[in-house]
Design a protein around this ligand. Structure first.
Ligand code: GLA
Length: 329
């Protein structure tokens, strides 16, 4: 009798220690990686490097594309049903912040954000969720500097140059990137009045193309064009729109942000296009490091740093292989 009671006490104690807190070492670790635009090369690269972390550490990575709020909520529920312990997310809309945080909490999942930082009801970043993003203003400054340098190198009269700012104001990192570019361009003497706002409805090439097309059509007074936006897709859309209106490589300078396949394909073309350069950022850090951070959080209970901002390096047609190598890509 006494022995039986002792045994059941041990069983109860064991059950308690297994049930609570961080995942036990024996639990298989499963991590979700949710992205807003799975077709975009940047996100493909993030997944690729997250996969690398999964292979190295031996956890399961569940890759999910979620282009809407509904899909995010379904994704989180699915992850919980599959017994995942946490996820990394680049949300389709940062304003979904409080809803996503509540959902993750209700489902008992750890979460961190990548690229796009969640905001609360008043538009302030949700600081309780660990985040890795790019240093948006600084990278925007690099874009502006590259444009100003190239305009000067070509000896263009700035009065005759229009600048297409492909904008997506509802996303804070997009706002900061393009504002950084504007700041540096105007500091270099570029007339603020020549900066034409071209708002895009979605952050892909097609929407950037449409936005840039309108900007060019409405402003026939310019002899040359430059263009920038939040990513390579924005700069590429503007490049294609300019081409369509007769502004080829010698009359168009577009500088993107990213440096993934969309940019590389452009640099590989036999002759130069209006897509002059891009600030290379690191999908390796954003994919590999965030997944590893999540893994450590799950297995050791150590939360990721609250905020990590990554840097970028300008690359052009002539040096892209070298610059990518330097960044370990
Ligand atoms: C945002 C953009 C992406 C990419 C990432 C990088 O999510 O939409 O294209 O630039 O930022 O952090």
């Amino acid at each position: 009798m006494q022995r039986r009671m002792f045994v059941s006490l041990i069983a109860a104690a064991a059950a308690m220690s297994f049930g609570a807190g961080a995942a036990h070492a024996a639990d298989p670790v499963k991590i979700g990686f949710i992205v807003k635009q799975p077709e975009e090369p940047w996100f493909q690269d993030e997944w690729k490097f997250a996969d690398q972390a999964a292979k190295e550490k031996g956890f399961t990575l569940v890759k999910i594309g979620a282009q809407s709020g509904d899909k995010v909520i379904t994704a989180i529920d699915n992850l919980a049903a599959q017994k995942a312990q946490g996820f990394v997310i680049c949300t389709p809309d940062v304003k979904l912040g409080p809803g996503i945080v509540a959902k993750a909490k209700a489902d008992g999942l750890k979460m961190m954000t990548v690229d796009d930082r969640l905001v609360d009801g008043t538009g302030k970043p949700i600081e309780s969720v660990p985040h890795m993003g790019i240093s948006a203003s600084k990278i925007g400054n690099q874009v502006g500097q590259a444009l100003a340098d190239e305009i000067k190198k070509r000896g263009w009269d700035m009065k005759e140059v229009g600048a297409i700012k492909v904008s997506f104001e509802q996303l804070p990192t997009a706002h900061d990137r393009t504002s950084g570019a504007v700041e540096t361009l105007t500091a270099a003497g570029f007339p603020a009045a020549n900066i034409i706002d071209a708002p895009q409805a979605k952050t892909d090439t097609e929407n950037a193309f449409n936005a840039a097309n309108i900007a060019i059509t409405k402003n026939p007074q310019f002899k040359h064009w430059v263009a920038f936006g939040l990513n390579d897709e924005a700069a590429l859309g503007a490049t294609r729109a300019a081409e369509g209106r007769g502004f080829k490589a010698d009359n168009m300078i577009a500088v993107g942000i990213g440096g993934s396949e969309s940019a590389i394909n452009e640099f590989k073309k036999p002759s130069a296009t209006g897509f002059f350069g891009t600030v290379l950022i690191s999908p390796k850090r954003h994919g590999y490091e965030t997944s590893l951070d999540m893994y450590t959080w799950i297995t050791e209970g150590k939360a990721p740093p609250p905020l990590t901002l990554t840097t970028g390096a300008l690359m052009e047609r002539g040096n892209y292989e070298e610059v990518r190598k330097q960044m370990g890509l």
